[in-house]
Design a protein around this ligand. Structure first.
Ligand SMILES: *Cc1c(COP(=O)(O)O)cnc(C)c1O
Length: 357
């Protein structure tokens, strides 16, 4: 008998989100970020579901791109971190992959193997994130050098550090630096926006947009915004045990949570061994039946405890949603001092995933 805990991936919601995103992208081409196993949703099932809607895929590293190609995906694929070594450069050519180039040592790697057979190179400019990329001032020299080497069309690219806050000094500074380097021409186009950049319309006139999180329906923190973009992943289970705990007792490891009244505690078979965050505080919302109830006590490896004192209908077998259609992953994340991205990508693999089309 398998325990009732499972992950459901709603591919219909994924396709719906991709169509909404394509509409928002207007004339820009849509590159779906499917790195990190499609944000925990399954690289191949998601990419296959998206392939008739999007114009390309973005992955972090060559290994992820090779998995897509070997599964028969023919759309353009961009490797966001570019090559780590000569073997990666060979893979770029062999599998027809577009690559980011973010540093001089990658230019050297490419020059050794020749750039002529690559579909296009994306030159990353550091507009203020200060993680990867060339100085804006170096760009003209690099583009000229690549064109001299016979490289295919060049895409100028950069990444927002704070796109969720369109008016922050950092975002405004990044936009200004972007405008100083991004002059679309026949041989050099641009790509700046991730989901936040697209939602907040921070990067007009780009050839490509590169959304990730919004495709999975996890770009919003308020249920009201969830109407257009729908959550794709649901982590669900059922109540496995129920007990009455008198006032003045503690529940769970370390005795962190104390009853202040005669209480009813439901135990759910999901824990940090599945990827439910151990950092979830008392009060983290859990949907039991159709009510939100608070986590009470520390998350264990295999179980959590929830205060269902105010939910008299709760019984063994009552359905539970940890996050998903009714309870946004970002709401849960706020109680665990993290973000939806992390909760989605750090599932451990113990819980089976089911893809529904
Ligand atoms: C992950 C990533 C994206 C997608 O970001 P979202 O916030 O998920 O939309 C876009 N561009 C780069 C460079 C990335 O690393």
């Amino acid at each position: 008998m398998p325990r009732p805990t499972k992950i459901t991936i709603d591919l219909t919601a994924l396709r719906h989100n991709a169509r909404c995103t394509a509409t928002m992208a207007g004339s820009a081409k849509l590159m779906a970020a499917v790195k990190a196993d499609a944000y925990g949703h399954g690289l191949l099932p998601c990419s296959e579901a998206l392939s008739s809607i999007v114009d390309g895929f973005a992955v972090a590293v060559c290994e992820e791109a090779v998995v897509l190609r070997e599964a028969g995906i023919n759309l353009p694929i961009l490797v966001l971190e570019g090559p780590f070594d000569g073997e990666d450069v060979l893979a770029l050519g062999q599998y027809d992959l577009m690559s980011v180039v973010h540093a001089p040592h990658q230019l050297d790697l490419l020059e050794k193997s020749g750039t002529q057979n690559l579909p296009s190179l994306w030159i990353k400019v550091d507009t203020g994130m200060h993680r990867l990329g060339f100085d804006p001032g170096e760009l003209p020299k690099i583009v000229a050098e690549l064109q001299r080497q016979g490289a295919r069309p060049v895409v100028i690219t950069s990444h927002f550090a704070d796109g969720e806050n369109p008016d922050s000094a950092l975002t405004v500074r990044q936009q200004a630096r972007w405008q100083s380097v991004h002059q679309p021409t026949a041989s050099a186009t641009g790509s700046l926006a991730n989901s936040a950049g697209l939602i907040n319309r921070l990067a007009p006139n780009s050839e490509w947009v590169r959304p990730g999180i919004m495709l999975y329906g996890a770009a919003h923190a308020k249920p009201a915004d969830a109407e257009t973009l729908r959550p794709v992943m649901s982590l669900t289970s059922q109540v496995m045990a129920l007990r009455a705990v008198p006032a003045g007792e503690s529940v769970g490891y370390g005795g962190r949570w104390m009853t202040t009244r005669a209480s009813r505690i439901a135990t759910i078979p999901v824990g940090y061994g599945d990827g439910y965050p151990r950092s979830a505080t008392d009060g983290t919302p859990v949907r039991v039946g159709n009510r939100i109830c608070p986590v009470a006590g520390r998350v264990s490896m295999d179980m959590i405890t929830v205060d269902v004192t105010d939910h008299p209908d709760c019984e063994i077998g009552t359905p539970v949603e940890l996050w998903g259609q009714h309870l946004l992953v970002n709401e849960v994340a706020q109680y665990a001092d993290t973000i939806g991205y992390e909760l989605l990508t750090r599932l451990t693999g113990r819980t089976p995933r089911n893809w529904r089309s």
